[in-house]
Design a protein around this ligand. Structure first.
Ligand code: ADP
Length: 331
């Protein structure tokens, strides 16, 4: 969709859905790029909920001072059921229009993108999306904001678990986030030297896992770590541990579920730079007349993909080479 760029005087910025480290850096970049280009900026609190509740405020360059190093999102986020209804979106649009907002930058995951696509089409308002989620499960980009930081958080945890596992000859099952996507499990599993990695995209039978663990025990491993993505079809780390223990009692078995700590923390250098490039690109694309698209990165290039395309198909992000490498590295 092409719109008249001279009609954009005020850009609304918001974060929505699950938070991820680096969202603040994206907000900062979008705000400062818009101001640099002579545009006004409105911050919208709590994503789509803030449009409906009319919790919006004027932003300037100082509104985003000293946030690049912070996890979470200074604009807050929310899941908003009312925005899924035409009535909810009508109220949201009234408030957006009354605030003088002519274009939107939405930072979030695929739910956020879906809402943005529908809203932009319904009310003919330009929108650019920025992929912010630790899961790296969005189309149109190799990487999402927060994924690198989450991997670093997970390997930090695995390293610490390895110390205690090796001291006691223990078998640890570590559950990491990823309901549909095994990206964190696979990458952090390789970086943390996991003995086995269970992914939502792959079926790993418990007997197959036990064979792998038995080989490790035969080759004198003093500790073993199995990474289980939360969406693994065996039903999570507690279930897997229980079923393995029934048949394989060689090691003392422990479970550690990392949970929400994976979503927090200071963003890594890579996420800060990625978020800054994406925030900058989102505003520039709007001002070039581009809309209803998501910013992404392909190799080292920043690209855009129409939301319709990004939302319509599922890109397979799992790297089969890495799956094979992980197995070989565990011998
Ligand atoms: P994420 O953006 O992290 O995937 P959600 O799936 O919760 O998180 O989506 C964020 C918000 O986007 C939802 O709470 C809702 O307000 C909005 N949204 C999601 N799906 C739709 C939809 N089909 N129509 C309108 N809004 C939607």
């Amino acid at each position: 969709m092409i719109h008249r760029v001279e009609e954009i005087t005020r850009i609304g910025v918001f974060t929505s859905g699950g938070d991820s480290p680096g969202m603040n850096a994206a907000i900062r970049a979008a705000v400062r790029t818009a101001i640099y280009k002579g545009k006004k900026v409105t911050g919208i609190y709590h994503g789509y909920q803030g449009m409906i509740d009319n919790t919006m405020f004027d932003m300037d360059s100082r509104s985003v001072s000293s946030i690049i190093q912070m996890g979470g999102t200074m604009l807050k986020t929310a899941r908003c059921m009312a925005f899924k209804t035409p009535e909810g979106r009508a109220i949201a649009y009234e408030h957006v229009k009354a605030a003088g907002i002519d274009a939107l930058v939405a930072i979030g995951g695929d739910g956020t993108f879906t809402g943005a696509e529908i809203f932009s089409r319904e009310y003919d308002i330009p929108v650019m999306c920025i992929p912010g989620t630790i899961d790296n499960d969005l189309n149109g980009t190799d990487l999402t904001i927060g994924y690198d930081t989450a991997n670093n958080t997970v390997i930090d945890a695995i390293d610490k678990i390895r110390d205690t596992a090796a001291s006691h000859n223990r078998l640890f099952f570590v559950e990491v986030m990823g309901r549909d996507s095994g990206c964190i499990a696979l990458n952090a599993g390789i970086a943390g030297g996991a003995e086995a990695i269970l992914l939502p995209e792959k079926d790993t039978a418990i007997d197959e896992l036990i064979d792998m663990l038995a080989q490790g025990a035969d080759s004198n491993k003093s500790s073993m770590i199995v990474i289980v993505a939360e969406g693994d079809k065996n039903g999570g780390a507690n279930n897997v541990a229980k079923r393995v223990k029934e048949k394989f009692d060689y090691f003392d078995t422990k479970v550690s579920i990392l949970g929400h700590l994976q979503r927090g923390g200071a963003p890594s250098s890579a996420d800060r730079v990625l978020a800054t490039r994406m925030g900058y690109a989102a505003v520039n694309e709007l001002l070039k007349g581009n809309s209803r698209a998501t910013i992404g990165v392909r190799g080292s290039e920043i690209v855009t993909t129409p939301l319709e395309e990004a939302l319509s198909k599922k890109e397979l992000k799992l790297n089969e080479d890495l799956v094979e490498i992980a197995k070989i590295m565990a011998i």
